[in-house]
Ligand binder design. Structure first.
Ligand code: GLY
Length: 357
């Protein structure tokens, strides 16, 4: 079944119902390859990409199962949508209320008139995207392999006096050299005291002897993301930082080992949180344990105190505990993992034991 067929099936679309997709991640998913602008229009019978001249040729190549309808000055997107709904006698249109701006919604609604009911899609495409197909998993394995290999490749280049920005550039260049199409997200480099900032922005700080350095980065390959964090030491770290490292490592390994279909996201998060608290770091692990990954870097479900979803085989999720102590530094260790019936498989595979450079 194609991705668009899965959505038609999930929504029980019949003749009078249409679906309107503007979120680029959902457009890519449902067309199985289109990355341009515009929108996707689906009915039980039709698959259409509506876009402008810049993307029509790409749409025809990247989404062979879709008709391509071009917009221009005299036929803007709202007019094209009205023509499609008229031709297909659509009376009910599902739209992405979490994505479409109020301005665009009002413009489209105004052009279509009052006979069409607008119904929120409630993130139905994202729901389907939670479970990866075998082909998606193959692509995500490649993204994970490039990310892991890039880590090993930059280790010999890390030295005292290098700035965080220089290290970021080394990592990013290496991922592209190894085959990344894009970065999965903005690379995080947090050295020394900056390590207490979970989402530190790499800057001009120079690496110093005794620093712990957290690197959180990922390659995007074939439209799919990878996400990995490793913390290394440059020279001998303090006893306190070593204790923090071993606590985070144990929490990460314990939770990765606990992943399996049928497990509760809340319970796995709790496992890490209770352990870190019990080691004297209560309040120092303030973010969720993980998030699903796919076309977007952050997808549902999450391993967090706010998520009571159950893991299913085929989900790809991060396990990333951390401890952050302002004025001292921090440690985070993260793998992206494929959830299986009876366990999990890490898609990022770089070594996790403390590396002292
Ligand atoms: N690894 C970056 C993030 O999860 O936001």
């Amino acid at each position: 079944m194609t991705a668009s067929e899965k959505l038609v099936d999930l929504l029980h679309l019949t003749g009078s119902m249409g679906v309107l997709i503007h979120d680029p991640s959902n457009m890519f998913y449902l067309t199985e390859g289109y990355t341009g602008e515009g929108f996707v229009y689906l009915t039980a019978e039709r698959r259409v990409i509506v876009t402008d001249f810049r993307y029509t040729e790409a749409a025809e190549k990247d989404a062979p199962g879709f008709e391509v309808v071009m917009t221009d000055k005299d036929h803007p997107a709202s007019k094209r949508l009205a023509e499609l709904c008229e031709a297909d006698q659509v009376r009910e249109l599902r739209y992405e209320s979490n994505f479409l701006s109020v301005d665009d919604y009002e413009k489209l609604r105004g052009a279509l008139g009052d006979e069409i009911s607008w119904i929120p899609l409630r993130q139905a495409p994202q729901k389907i995207r939670e479970i990866k197909t075998p082909a998606e998993i193959v692509t995500m394995r490649k993204a994970g392999a490039i990310t892991s290999e890039a880590f090993e490749a930059v280790l010999p280049k890390i030295r005292v006096g290098m700035t965080e920005t220089e290290l970021r550039l080394e990592l990013e260049y290496t991922m592209f050299r190894l085959g990344a199409d894009e970065l999965a997200f903005h690379t995080i480099i947090a050295s020394g005291v900056n390590g207490s900032l979970p989402h530190a922005v790499p800057g001009s700080r120079k690496l110093q002897n005794g620093d712990m350095i957290t690197m959180d980065f990922g390659a995007k390959v074939g439209g799919y993301c990878s996400d990995m964090t490793r913390t290394v030491a440059l020279g001998e770290p303090s006893a306190e930082m070593k204790k923090i490292y071993s606590t985070v490592l144990r929490a990460q390994a314990m939770c990765e080992a606990a992943l399996a279909a049928g497990k509760s996201c809340f319970d796995i998060d709790r496992l890490a949180r209770d352990y870190i608290d019990s080691q004297g770091y209560a309040g120092r692990f303030g973010h969720g344990l993980g998030h699903c990954v796919g076309i977007e870097i952050h997808e549902n479900p999450r391993l967090s105190p706010a998520c009571h979803d159950t893991l299913e085989a085929g989900m790809v999720i991060t396990v990333e505990p951390g401890i952050y102590v302002p004025g001292l530094g921090g440690v985070r260790i993260e793998n992206t993992c494929l959830v299986k019936e009876n366990g999990s498989e890490p898609l990022t595979t770089a070594r996790k034991e403390l590396i002292i450079l």
